[in-house]
Design a protein around this ligand. Structure first.
Ligand SMILES: N[C@@H](CCC(=O)N[C@@H](CS)C(=O)NCC(=O)O)C(=O)O
Length: 214
């Protein structure tokens, strides 16, 4: 299996966590998102992922893109340990938490969006940081309430084992720190992060542990 990844990419981080939780070994191919204007934009990489985004996963001669599609593929192909609950209603709750991060928060503070705000809309670095913080805060305020009502005393976003929701949350907390979000407003998310980071699957997937870390 080959993962096209960048150490600081939170979507790649999600897939690294899932691969580690499944105990799957994989090769990493670095796609540097800044070097030379961004290697994700090269014609060679665009053949792998026409969206010019990481991650992409090669398995069994096929290439998969979109981190959540990749993780659900891994979960179906390599079912143990499961990353989604067995009950349909529980699965919907976990997916709603994951999608909150992956659809509502992450895409609008992504590198190309912030670059576009700066270059085409003449926003300053400070403006774009405030923009990112705003959307992260909005998402995290809702997620904090959702996990409190769903998880009560459990260690993870939903239940006592990590799911797709935790896989999306932990990398997004890393992004939040990079943008200087005040995380003291989200004590439950913080607690869940600590439970996750006590597991080698999460800790070993962290940006600073990757071979391409700077
Ligand atoms: N929805 C996509 C998002 C992928 C994505 O946004 N990747 C970022 C890194 S986290 C990227 O490649 N950014 C490059 C750019 O913005 O030019 C997924 O979940 O895979």
């Amino acid at each position: 299996m080959k993962l096209y990844t960048f150490f600081r990419s939170s979507a790649s981080y999600r897939v690294r966590i899932a691969l580690n939780l499944k105990g799957l070994s994989y090769e990493q191919a670095t796609v540097h998102l800044r070097r030379g204007g961004g290697e994700q934009l090269s014609p060679a990489y665009c053949k792998i992922n026409p969206q010019a985004l990481v991650p992409a996963l090669e398995d069994g001669g096929r290439i998969f893109t979109q981190s959540l599609a990749i993780i659900e593929y891994l979960d179906e192909r390599y079912p143990q340990p499961p990353l989604l609950p067995s009950d349909a209603a529980d699965r919907a709750i976990v997916r709603s938490m994951a999608l909150l991060v992956a659809c509502e928060v992450h895409p609008i503070q992504n590198l190309r969006v912030l670059n576009h705000l700066k270059s085409d809309h003449k926003q300053s670095d400070d403006d774009t940081i405030r923009w990112a913080r705003h959307w992260i805060d909005l998402g995290f305020s809702a997620l904090e309430r959702m996990v409190i009502s769903a998880s009560k005393q459990t260690k993870f976003c939903f239940g006592d084992t990590p799911t797709l929701a935790d896989i999306c949350l932990v990398p997004q907390l890393g992004n939040a720190r990079r943008f200087g979000v005040d995380l003291s407003r989200y004590p439950k998310l913080f607690e869940i992060e600590a439970s996750c980071m006590s597991l080698p699957a999460f800790a070993d997937a962290a940006p600073e542990k990757q071979p391409d870390a700077e």
